[in-house]
Design a protein around this ligand. Structure first.
Ligand code: MF3
Ligand code: CO
Length: 245
């Protein structure tokens, strides 16, 4: 079903989230403390009269998931100042008038190496390549295949434990949208379906570890970098991206 009201609201939510994320990206420079980013995210939510969607979700304690360097995702903001050459994944969701929007971006802080640049750019490209397939009649596997083949061609790997998802009246709805898959496999996409397409990519091995201390923060097992990008998208003959980087 094409839910016009939902999609209209999700477009507004997407615009607000994109504006917030833009400010966060600009604030993510050498010397910025992760706690300042979290503070800013909350302040911007109250300015825009939206709710941070992650806070309280299954007990998650913050508005932002921040992943510096080898942190894969679900990194709880802590007392750390960004350093030259760091990369930081900023993942945020909001709730606006009963609908959700979800978006993530990896920022390169100061001067990063060419190798790191290529890695981050490839992860971003993986999402853009998957979005091209978010058309009625294509399958979830088509999106996963697009992401997986984009990153594996460069020697990177897809994290299997975390996936994209349907989104709308809930933050996480069916179906799962893995960053890996086979062409033509999985659920068939329908016009008007709203989905969050996420690429969560490791530079080395796909293996991850979850912090025993907080139960949330995930790290690459080999200590190499991890990057993530995510957009909220409406499945359509010409796929509509509701969030902006
Ligand atoms: N964008 C991520 C996801 O959709 C972040 C969720 S964090 C959580 O899975 F705290 F809400 F779980
Ligand atoms: Co998400």
């Amino acid at each position: 079903m094409y839910d016009k009201v939902k999609i209209k609201r999700m477009q507004v939510a997407g615009d607000i989230l994109s504006a917030i994320l833009k400010e966060l990206q600009e604030a993510a420079v050498v010397g910025t403390n992760l706690l300042e980013l979290e503070y800013l995210a909350n302040e911007l939510c109250s300015n825009y009269k939206v709710k941070p969607a992650f806070k309280g979700y299954e007990g998650y304690p913050a508005a932002l998931c921040l992943g510096v360097n080898d942190v894969v995702n679900h990194g709880i903001p802590y007392d750390y100042e960004l350093e030259d050459g760091d990369i930081i994944g900023i993942d945020m969701g909001i709730k606006y008038q009963n609908v959700y929007s979800d978006c993530a971006y990896t920022v390169m802080v100061g001067n990063v190496s060419e190798e790191t640049k290529k890695f981050v750019e490839t992860t971003k490209q993986a999402v853009m390549n998957a979005i091209k397939f978010a058309k009625p009649g294509n399958t979830v596997g088509d999106l996963g295949y697009a992401m997986q083949s984009t990153v594996e061609a460069q020697g990177y790997s897809v994290v299997k434990e975390m996936v994209g998802h349907g989104i709308g009246y809930e933050l996480h709805e069916d179906p799962y949208i893995p960053g890996y898959g086979e062409k033509g496999e999985g659920e068939v996409l329908e016009k008007g379906q709203t989905i969050a397409i996420e690429a969560i990519i490791n530079q080395g091995s796909p293996k991850i570890l979850i912090s025993k201390e907080d139960g949330w923060t995930s790290f690459t097992k080999d200590g190499m970098l991890s990057a993530l990008f995510e957009h909220t998208v409406v499945v359509d003959d010409s796929p509509k991206v509701l969030t902006k980087w």
